[in-house]
Each structure stands twice: as structure tokens, then as C-alpha cells.
Design a protein around this ligand. Structure first.
Ligand code: GAP
Length: 456
């Protein structure tokens, strides 16, 4: 079965996962709305990430910083100067394009690190055309800063501020406050989940490349000499996370960045790429940022950002490993991996989303066989019980077969059916989403059985 983006986009809208944003006004660029099921899925991903990395590890804590930080932050971090993409415009149809993407698509050449003039030359020498109208009448390649700017009402020396392009920087700014207010010992990490904004020249591929997106980032503070060993530890942690959220191992790949093409702050970066329907693309990244950021903020703020070892009294600017996870890309990868179309023995077919239960937007659906004779009332009793597992649904309309299909299509791991026997013997039928097997259990044992089989 071929999972195409058309299928994913159509299903997402139809089933209330992701809608095109501002649709009643004809849509707006790359804006999307996570619908009732989509927002559950996204929240489950974020909640599991927080539990997995912040609560379950003893060496981690979390913060929640602002989107608009002091503008000097972005001078210190290098984003004002260096957070650029190369753009080229078509003089005929006025389409704006990523120059590096244009060259990569036409020649298979990676332009990362190449100066603008060289990329312009590649485009001219190879007669590369506008991706929209096919014209060769293109501008020279220019740098385009990806940060969204805004003006503050309170006018000071400079009223320009930026929407953060990464969540990471607030962690660096608060490094000392966290250190002084907690009892964390080296090495330790600070995590954060939040929105980031990038004025991408060519957003696209649904929610893959967006102007407004969410990140889950960790800055893990270390001694310089430990970086290689701890880099491997984080690689393992990130792979384990991919397994735990249900991504197929054979669709996740490591991409080691070439040394000469690394970001300005990084000494080693390994991405985890995922086989999306539109190709193998970056899902997550792990970077060794050295002590670049804290040193820069020391320089720009004049404040010391150091760790003092209480035993040796040694004081130093910590080095940092950064595992970074895009929320929207996680949602997309999880959906693509879970999406299945199956032909059934009776000649029918079904769409089924095989989400791991902890991420499923609906945990349990309770289905009274009929709308009468006390079955809905009994179903309500069961519904109240199963809600301990999270968001659950009562579905009372349509044939039981149709209701099972409806739940399969939103990935509900288990349905509980209430029938006439339930009223007699206090037992219900549980039906498994993946195997479609059904078994009869006592209501008194239901929570234990569901807990053990699905939600432990
Ligand atoms: N703090 C490091 C950093 O921001 P990045 O590789 O630029 O590194 C981290 O971004 C992650 O954020 C990416 O691996 C990806 O999952 C996500 N991401 C980046 N740009 C995005 C965009 N325009 N739309 C959606 N997700 C994006």
C-alpha cells in the first residue's frame, strides 16, 4: 500500500486531525489548525516527551520561556548575522524560491556553505529554470534572514524585536537562574516545549516546513571532555524515543553532517531523517554546540554563565549537547507510519491508524449495541470508568460494524461493546483495533485488562 501525501492530507481534514488554516477566507499561506483529534495527538506527543525526558530522567528539568526575548539574544547567538537562506526570484512570474533547493533538485548538488555568487553561477551555467513558469530570467542569489521581525510599542533605542526561531536560546539565558534555584549536578539538561517562527521562503509539504511550528528541545550541559560519550548516549535516547512513538526503525536514518558544512555553532551534528511520502527528510537533530552559546551570552551580557564544581572549586563555561525534536514533524511522521489501508477477508477494506496507545487521540470507544432498553445508560457507567485512561468516546449511532470502522480510522486502540447480555451478566466485548479480535470480559476486570494490554 502506497501512502501518498494526498491521502494523508485528505484523511487529516476529513477526520478532524488537521485543517487548512483560515479556510473561510480562502486559506492563508502555510497556516494549519489542529482539529479535535489532531490536537489530542499533538498534546499526547508533547506530554509523553515531557514525561519521558523531564520527569523520568533525574538529570533533567524544564522551563517555559517567552517567544519574544531581548533582541541582543539573537545578535549573540549569531541569528541576526547568519540565520539566512539563499533566495532567488523569477523576474517573469515573481515566484520566490530557495536557491539551494533549486540547484539540488536540478543537479543533485548540496549548496550548504557555498557563497551566493557560486550558487548564482551554478544556476546560470546550468540554465536552471524557475520551478513555476520555466523561465531562465532569474535574479542573482541573495541572503534572506529567516527571523520574523516585529516592532515593540515601547520605543527605545531600537524597537525591533524578533519572534524566536528556536526555543533553545531561552534555556541559555536562564542557565544561571536554573542552576541557582535547583540542586542539579553536572551533567544536567534543561528542556522546553514551545512555538518557534521562521520566515521560510518555501514552506510546504503540509505541516513539514512551516512558518509557525513547535519544538521540543533539550540543552544538556556537560564538561568538554565528556562530549563524545554523551553524544552517543543521546543518540540512543533519541532512537528509543522513535521506537516508543511507533516509528518504524527502517524508516529512520542517521545523517552525519559534513564537518565543513556544520552550523556556525556546531562541532558535530547528526540528524535523524524519516522516510516521508515526499522523500527522506530531517525529522530531528542532535548537535554538539560546544560552549559557543553560553560564551557568546557572557560576552554580550557581561554576566558570568559558569558552573562551579563544589568539590574541586573549578569554574568553567559548560559545553552543550542539543537534542532537538520538531513537534509538527513528529505528528506528521507518526501519522504517516500509523496510516494503513487493509483489505479484509469479507471483501471489504478499512483505513486503520495504528497509533501506539499512549499517543492515540481516543483511548477507548464505548459502543452500546442499541440506543434503547437501558443499553446507553449501562454504557455511560462503563464510559465513566474507562475515562481514567484519558480521552474516550461514546458512539451510539450507526451499525456496530460502521462504528468499529469509524474508530479504526481515528486510531482508537480498543472498543468496548455493551449488549443485552451485559445487562444480565455484567460482561462486555472488547475489540482490538489491530487484530480485530473480540473477547468477552467482566466489567469488574475491564480496567485491569485494558491497563495491562494497552495503557501500562
Ligand atoms: N535549536 C536547534 C534548531 O532549531 P533546527 O534543525 O533548525 O535546529 C530543529 O530545528 C527541529 O525543528 C528540526 O529538526 C525540525 O524537526 C523542526 N523544524 C525546523 N524548521 C521547521 C519548520 N520550518 N517547520 C516545521 N518544523 C521545523
Amino acid at each position: 500500500m502506497l501512502v501518498t501525501m494526498d491521502k494523508i492530507v485528505g484523511w487529516s481534514k476529513r477526520k478532524g486531525f488537521i485543517f487548512p488554516g483560515s479556510e473561510i477566507y480562502g486559506g492563508f499561506g502555510n497556516s494549519y489548525t489542529y482539529g479535535p483529534y489532531g490536537s489530542e495527538l499533538k498534546n499526547n506527543i508533547k506530554a509523553y516527551w515531557w514525561k519521558r525526558f523531564i520527569h523520568e530522567r533525574e538529570d533533567m528539568t524544564g522551563i517555559d520561556g517567552d517567544i519574544i526575548l531581548h533582541p541582543r539574544t539573537w545578535e549573540a547567538s549569531g541569528h541576526v548575522e547568519g540565520f539566512n537562506d539563499q533566495q532567488v526570484d523569477c523576474k517573469e512570474c515573481k515566484t520566490r524560491m530557495r536557491a539551494d533547493h533549486l540547484v539540488e533538485d536540478a543537479l543533485g548538488v548540496d549548496c550548504e556553505g557555498l557563497p551566493d555568487e557560486e550558487v548564482s553561477k551554478l544556476i546560470k551555467d546550468n540554465n536552471i529554470k524557475c520551478s513555476k513558469c520555466g523561465s531562465e530570467n532569474l535574479t542573482e542569489v541573495r541572503k534572506f534572514n529567516l527571523m520574523f521581525q516585529t516592532q515593540m510599542a515601547k520605543v527605545g533605542e531600537n524597537s525591533t524585536a524578533y519572534l524566536r526561531p528556536e526555543t533553545a536560546q531561552a534555556i541559555f539565558l536562564e542557565f544561571k537562574n536554573v542552576l541557582d534555584s535547583t540542586r542539579l549536578k553536572f551533567p544536567f539538561g534543561i528542556g522546553q516545549i514551545g512555538k518557534a517562527f521562521r520566515n521560510e521562503i518555501t514552506p510546504g509539504n503540509f505541516i513539514f516546513r512551516r512558518l509557525e511550528f513547535e519544538q521540543m528541545e533539550i540543552e544538556y550541559f556537560i564538561r568538554e571532555e565528556d562530549w563524545e560519550e554523551l553524544f552517543v548516549m543521546w543518540q540512543k535516547e533519541m532512537k528509543a524515543w522513535c521506537d516508543e512513538i511507533g516509528l518504524s526503525r527502517d524508516k529512520c536514518h542517521d545523517l552525519e553532517h559534513d564537518k565543513e558544512k556544520l552550523s556556525h555553532y556546531s562541532k558535530r551534528t547528526v540528524d535523524i531523517e524519516y522516510d516521508f511520502p515526499f522523500g527522506k527528510k530531517e525529522l530531528y537533530g542532535l548537535a554538539y554546540r560546544t560552549n559557543f552559546d553560553l560564551s557568546q551570552h557572557e560576552k554580550f551580557s557581561g554576566k558570568k554563565l559558569r558552573y562551579r564544581d563544589s568539590e574541586t572549586n573549578e569554574e568553567f563555561v559548560p559545553h552543550v549537547l542539543e537534542p532537538t525534536f520538531g513537534v509538527d514533524r513528529t505528528v506528521l511522521a507518526v501519522i504517516c507510519d500509523a496510516y494503513n489501508e487493509e483489505s479484509l477477508e469479507d471483501g471489504t477494506s478499512r483505513v486503520v491508524l495504528k497509533f501506539v496507545p499512549k499517543l492515540a487521540p481516543v483511548k477507548v470507544a464505548v459502543l452500546p449495541l442499541m440506543k434503547k432498553d437501558g443499553l446507553p445508560k449501562k454504557a455511560q457507567e462503563v464510559f465513566k470508568k474507562v475515562k481514567v485512561f484519558g480521552n474516550c468516546e461514546m458512539d451510539i449511532s450507526g451499525t456496530i460494524g460502521k462504528r468499529y470502522r469509524r474508530q479504526d480510522e481515528v486510531g482508537t486502540p480498543v472498543c468496548v461493546t455493551i449488549d443485552y447480555d451485559t445487562l444480565e451478566d455484567e460482561s462486555v466485548t472488547i475489540r482490538d483495533r489491530d487484530t480485530m479480535e473480540q473477547k468477552r470480559v467482566k466489567i469488574s476486570e475491564l480496567l485491569n485488562i485494558l491497563g495491562e494490554s494497552y495503557f501500562n
